[in-house]
Design a binder for this molecule. Sequence first.
Ligand code: M6R
Length: 614
Amino acid sequence: MCGIIGYVGDRPCYELIVRGLERLEYRGYDSAGFALLDADNDRYALVRAVGKLEDLRAATVGADGLEGPTTGIGHTRWATHGKVTLPNAHPHVSNDGRVAVVMNGIIENYVELRRRLQDEGVVFASETDTEVLPHLLARHYEGDIVAAVQAVLPQLSGHYAFVASHTSEPGRLVAVRHECPLVVGVGVNEMFLASAIPAFLGETREVIYPENDEIVVVDRDAVHIYDGFGTEVTRPTRTWEGSEEAAEKGGYDTFMLKEIHEQPAALWDTIGSRLGADGSISLDGIGIDDHVLARVDAVHIVACGTSYHAGLAGRYLIEDWARIPVSVEVASEYRYRTCLAGPGDLVIGITQSGETADTLAAMRVARERGAHVVALTNQTDSQAARDANGVLLTRAGLEIGVAATKTHTAQIMALAVLALKLGRMRWSLTEAGVRDLSEELRRLPDAIEQYLLSSAPADVAAVAAKYVDKGFFLYLGRHVGVPVCFEGALKLKEISYVPTEAYPAGEMKHGPIALLDEGSPVVVVAPDGHVFDKVISNIQEVRARGARVIAVATEGNEEIALHADDVLWAPRTPALLSPITTIVPLQLFAYEIAKGKGLNVDKPRNLAKTVTVE
Ligand code: M6R
């Protein structure tokens, strides 16, 4: 989604702004721009470009006024309202040229606001919803940009975060967030505003997190925050503990490959402090008393994309180990259904970023119904974490590749810990059972590490090379293999742009089998377990139609090679935990196909890392 960076301070800020935008590239964008306030000339140096940041840098050649300014705002745009065009790129500026604004999110009532402003004589330069902001601020400006923002806020509906500047107040930026992320980076004689911390990592680690609807005013040496009534409030400054190195590729060609290889550490860090050697399980931070947890009637999981697939995998664990009924639903649907969750239910919002708009909305709906809501997230300071009763944290570290990998397996791991705890609390697991399963969980990081260090990744690459030109893949699996198929198929389509279909293998005869033809590639997830034989029957059926089968199977299984054209091996683990292991070769498979096509796997087209709009 859109990225925002703002700077006020002592240093010329052109490079700081563009570097900040580069650090936000991972969020996905299609155009970019910045406005630097030249205090001497009382005007903005405005540069924008369609395409990548290289195009923006190219557009600065010959531009005046870039060297001096020490106040600036920058933006990477991911189009929502209005096509990908130069006039639609941010920043947007008022007709008098005095107010400049960058925004992330959507102003839902912009049509009405735009019409009103046009009736008053305002000329619009873009098709965007954002452009109403500089015009509204200019009309309400009477010498104080903060007062102008205060006057404009009640007129807006939607979810947004914006940063505004006025030429009469150089050295000052004003920002507001409403359901969209915004953080302040506090430096020495300089301040940053950004949609995400990586934008200013390298400059400062001191961070302030404003709350929804607070007005944030940053000057070079001070941050003032006001609530909706104009009363100044204090928000603590915290030190960001994440590693800067994580934002670099660390020797790998791509962030995605690096993050695939970081899975052992991500898994280990996620369970490390939770599973005691004595069989104890800690759900520290979950914010719900044990006696309440032990009695929940049902678990509802809401999430989007890859996080939703983690939820599907977690359902098998919770239902089997804790014997609690679990529903899993995409958040964008859940939020608009009649929500029947209540005080007896546990609702888990899974979101690695903690900022996905639909997941936040679904969690809110459940909270309003009195359900106990937990955020399963990778970001302690995210909106999801703040909105929930408590947090189940994954410790996967910063994930930059748009295609989620390490956060996905860490999410399933966290759900496994929760399932274990619930199972023990409800006596559906014995003490010995919990000890054995904890041991299996603790074995997983090492098993995946060995796998990644072995020749297996090269073997996956060799198999992928045979299929790189195929125009369609069908993914089939049963039981816990189903969410793995969904996730494997999503990985392939999002980074290689090859159409994929993922189905429970038992459903194949009800339609998808018609897709198969001589040579059609079918990926079959077939780990050892009680449905293995059933899956083999499905393999026979697709092979009888001429399909080529790429099976994902448990290391050491001797039978699978008799049935498949190619095998991608996965480390051995109990069937219920196999979604954590079998997805790894499929991540690599998707990666290799995309690389084989020469595509940019870290920044696939049209996708954003964090979807902060509905
Ligand atoms: O930050 P979240 O976990 O809430 O994100 C949810 C989805 O947007 C995300 O998983 C998306 O599907 C990824 N591109 C998958 O690789």
